[in-house]
Every structure is written in C-alpha cells, then in structure tokens.
Design a protein around this ligand. Sequence first.
Ligand SMILES: O=C(O)c1cc(=O)[nH]c(=O)n1[C@@H]1O[C@H](COP(=O)(O)O)[C@@H](O)[C@H]1O
Length: 236
Amino acid sequence: MTPAEIAPKDRLIVALDLPSVDAAEAMIAKLGDSVTFYKIGYRLAYAGGLPLVTKLADGGKKVFLDLKLHDIGNTVSQGVESITRLGATFLTVHAYPQTMKGAVEGRGSSKLKLLAVTVLTSYNDDDLHAAGFRLGVSELVEARARQAQALGIDGLVSSPEEAEGLRKIIGRQMNLVTPGIRPAGAAIGDQKRIMTPGRAIAAGADYLVVGRPVVEAADPRAAADAIQAEIAQALG
Ligand SMILES: O=C(O)c1cc(=O)[nH]c(=O)n1[C@@H]1O[C@H](COP(=O)(O)O)[C@@H](O)[C@H]1O
C-alpha cells in the first residue's frame, strides 16, 4: 500500500505508554474498533509488553514497535532479525548510518518496515548543540533522511514541522510518521516541535503518533474519534 492509499482512520497510531499489559489491554478495550494501529514503546515493552505485539497483530490490529534501536551494526542486525518474528508492522531505529545498515540487513526479506528516527521531537537546535551536534534540527533531519533513503529504510519519524521539506526529499514511497501531535488546547508536556493533527496531515504526514492526548484523556475514545475526524477533514 502506498502512503496515499491509507484510510484516514488507520493514520492514527495510539501510543500505549502505559505501566502494564493489563492497563494497555483495558485501554485497547476502551478504544474498541475506533483505533486500528497501536504503538508499543519503552514503558510497555519493558513491562512485559512484547507478547502483546503478537497478540494484537494476530487479532487484526497493526503494531508499531518503538524500540529505537542503536548499537554496533552486528548487534542491531541480530536484534532486528529476532524482532521480525513478532508480527510488528513498524520498528524504529535511530537514524545513524551503521545502525540503519544493520537494521536493513537484519530485516532481510521479512515484511517488517523500518522507521528511522531523525531528530527527536523534544529537541530544538539548542538541545542538539548541547548534545554535541554541529547541525541544527532542519539540517540534521534532512541529512539523515537522505542517508535513510540511500540505505533502504522504509520510513522516517520526524516532527510534522519537517514534513513538507521531507516530502521533497523522500517523495511518496517512504512512510512519514509524525509524533509531536497536539490537538488545539492539549498540554504540550516535553514536546518541542509540535502541530495539530489537521496541520500535520496537510503538511504531508502519513501517520500521526499520539500518546498522552488520548491515553490520559477523560474519554480516550472520544479523543481518538476527534483526532480521526480532524485527519479525515484535512484529507478532504
Ligand atoms: O519514535 C517515536 O514514536 C517518537 C519519536 C519522537 O521524535 N518523538 C516522540 O514523541 N516519539 C514517541 O511518540 C509518543 C508521543 O507521545 P505523546 O507526547 O504523549 O503524544 C511517545 O511514545 C514517544 O516515545
């Protein structure tokens, strides 16, 4: 499926950043049919959440396994090879050349799609400089996007602020997945490069990753439905 063919409802990825598998399953039950795509990241994966990847995939949901791998190439390659057996649709690795190359090798001919995290959405230029980088956010995102594309990575994770520029580099074939999504009026928390769901889609994002604005909402299903309605409206 090319990014242009994704149904509006399937473009919302809810981050199950919850403390236990029980809490995650209760949230999935609350969201019911309205959410088709879930993200499992550090919090849940390290709390026994890896088997939930396979359980959700077997039950017809899609899963984005957000482990943000980064290690020597051989270790990344072996780790990704193990992960191909879990049934996830997406897996994240940090966008370092050795890491991406190892991930592509480990993925082999499996159906797992690799997403490279360009620059975390909680970073601005000052944060990058403090971490020892010479480039600012937009230059580093662009450089990493070009490297990811050349190495055979399937998609990018970036803020929607970079989406328009990234589309010019990666075209329509690579997936563009954007966290840093905040519906109007939602608490920003630790994110720094943010956009509303509608603006992110209009800027060229394929998938929106949303955590706290859904899972911490008084009515998570209503929050997810409102984001999906905004996505559908932006797609026209
Ligand atoms: O890879 C990610 O999903 C990711 C990359 C990034 O640059 N920024 C970012 O926020 N994320 C993830 O997206 C989710 C955003 O959650 P909220 O800020 O609660 O909506 C979290 O699970 C983050 O780990």
